[in-house]
Design a protein around this ligand. Structure first.
Ligand code: HEC
Length: 154
């Protein structure tokens, strides 16, 4: 009889612990979701509806370009890294046209154009084959990624 009571007490204790844990987990989730919602005070760039998917695809190609550049740098392949920077991040005619027709927000557009200009500066820095200069230039280019993402959503 005493044994049974003990078992009930242990089981009850465990159940209580589990439900306290679950309640805490739930509270933590609510808190982070609430937090995220409050924190998204970015401005809409007003990306034209027909350009939205295109813009995101462009972005995914930008992050792939950065990854590729870092990989080349790790192997001191400066020429390939430079070529990647100019062709994928630089202000090519195609990029200029695309960037200028994304949205009517002038600040967004000029930030985009300045970003691509920095992609060409990065390509030039990589051409010097100086690792420190190259990393600094990559950092400067990525500054635009961070700045724009902090300010704008689609
Ligand atoms: C001039 C502004 C601007 C610059 C510069 C910029 N982005 Fe973006 N990026 C955006 C916007 C706007 C979105 C959409 C965000 C949203 O609506 O929540 C986005 C989304 C993305 C996404 C998500 C794509 C998807 O499929 O959802 C990735 C990845 C990304 N950017 C990578 C980069 C990288 C890497 C760089 C720099 C090398 C960069 N971006 C530079 C404006 C910019």
């Amino acid at each position: 009889m005493k044994k049974n009571l003990l078992l009930v007490a242990v089981l009850f204790g465990c159940g209580l612990a589990v439900s306290v844990f679950a309640a805490e987990g739930g509270a933590a989730m609510d808190h982070s979701m609430h937090h995220q919602h409050v924190m998204d005070d970015r401005i809409s760039a007003g990306v034209h509806p027909e350009m939205k998917q295109h813009q995101l695809a462009n972005m995914r190609s930008h992050v792939a370009a950065v990854q590729s550049i870092v990989g080349h740098l790790a192997k001191s392949e400066f020429d390939q890294a430079s070529q990647e920077a100019h062709s994928k991040l630089g202000l090519t005619d195609e990029m200029k046209k695309m960037c200028s027709t994304m949205s009517d927000n002038k600040e967004f557009t000029s930030l985009g154009l300045a970003f691509h200009k920095s992609g060409d500066d990065l390509g030039d820095a990589l051409q010097t084959k100086d690792m420190k200069k190259s990393l600094q230039a990559l950092h400067d280019t990525m500054d635009y990624c961070v700045k724009c993402h902090a300010t704008f959503r689609q």
